[in-house]
Design a protein around this ligand. Structure first.
Ligand code: NAI
Length: 301
């Protein structure tokens, strides 16, 4: 069956270009009314103008879709609140939030100013927090919501020169883990998308990559699945060039070790602790403690 979003209202942040634009166009093409948010700044977050968002709205309208532009910075909680209020005033609901806005300020950790670290955390992490917080009660009251955080392989696995960006992107995974638990009773599903695409954010890598395979449009089918009626929750979906994968935060079976020589035993049995056979994906944080206690109780009974 064709995936449709008729009647749904979606906010896509950072939708003036790149991946956000592709997500916004696809949601609108499949029936959603879309708020195209974009600050319209440079790749490092400097400057700003509403023209980026306006031009994507014009594209959507030219294709017969419905959209409105918004130039709020996601770092500005009050401006985000105003965006949400304007959306409610115009369309009366918010079903989907795609936290996509992002910036880069790459440097090795040795050379990085704390201001650049804080700024990147602010845009990616606090930007997503502001937007999600502003729609959360609306979604709870409606008993329906689909929220996506845009994470990154740089956060999940690391990347040279991206300590600020990677930390922020992994923080979004942590945010998703708890919000998916807290949102479940109101059918609010929260997921992460880890994209790979040729955009201005990755243009420096351009010369080394087959760019024609890395269109943002190849990622968007993954995003649509994460915000559809039948969306999963608490999923980290990786997508790029038509490849789709899932990433998991896992826990190994490990070992039980205690006593005077426990430090030496942890070292001696590190291979066993690290053995991935039988590893699990815990359903919540408490699972780790329960598994550890059950190991101890098995020894003490
Ligand atoms: P992009 O630079 O084309 O898009 C980011 C958009 O966010 C820009 O249009 C920018 O104006 C907007 N933006 C920046 N700060 C903002 C703010 N404070 N408020 C509102 N809008 C703001 O880059 P791209 O690649 O499309 O990035 C989209 C998301 O995907 C980002 O979160 C990025 O970190 C993430 N990502 C991209 C990857 C890639 O391969 N392109 C890889 C992994 C993650």
């Amino acid at each position: 069956m064709t995936m449709r979003f008729d009647g749904r209202v979606a906010i896509v942040t950072g939708a003036g270009g790149g991946l956000g634009r592709s997500h916004a166009l696809a949601l609108a093409a499949r029936g959603a009314r879309v708020v195209v948010n974009d600050l319209g700044g440079a790749r490092d977050g400097s400057g700003g103008s509403s023209s980026a968002a306006d031009s994507v709205v014009a594209e959507i309208m030219a294709l017969g879709g419905e959209a409105m532009a918004n130039a709020a910075s996601v770092t500005d909680a009050a401006a985000v609140q105003t965006m949400v209020e304007a959306t409610m005033a115009r369309w009366g609901r918010i079903d989907i939030l795609v936290n996509n806005a992002g910036v880069l300020r790459d440097k090795t950790f040795a050379k990085m100013d704390l201001d650049d670290f804080r700024f990147v955390m602010d845009v990616h992490l606090m930007g997503a927090v502001h937007c999600t917080k502003a729609v959360w009660d609306i979604m709870r009251d409606a008993n329906y919501g689909r929220v996506v955080m845009t994470t990154s392989s740089s956060g999940l696995y690391g990347n040279f020169g991206q300590s600020n960006y990677g930390a922020a992107k992994m923080a979004l995974v942590g945010l998703m883990q708890t919000l998916s638990i807290e949102g479940a009773r109101n059918d609010i599903r929260v997921n992460c998308l880890a994209p790979t695409a040729h955009t201005r954010m990755t243009e420096d890598l351009g010369a080394r990559l087959p760019l024609e395979l890395l269109e943002p449009e190849m990622v968007t089918p993954g995003l649509l699945n994460l915000v559809s009626d039948d969306a999963p929750s608490r999923c980290i979906l990786a997508a790029g060039a038509g490849g789709f994968e899932r990433a998991y935060i896992t826990l190994t079976q490990g070992a039980w070790i205690a006593g005077q020589d426990a430090p030496e035993q942890v070292a001696a049995r590190f291979k066993e602790i690290s053995d991935r056979s039988g590893e699990i994906v815990p359903e919540m944080g408490a699972a780790q403690g329960m598994i550890e206690l059950s190991k101890a109780q098995a020894v003490h009974k």
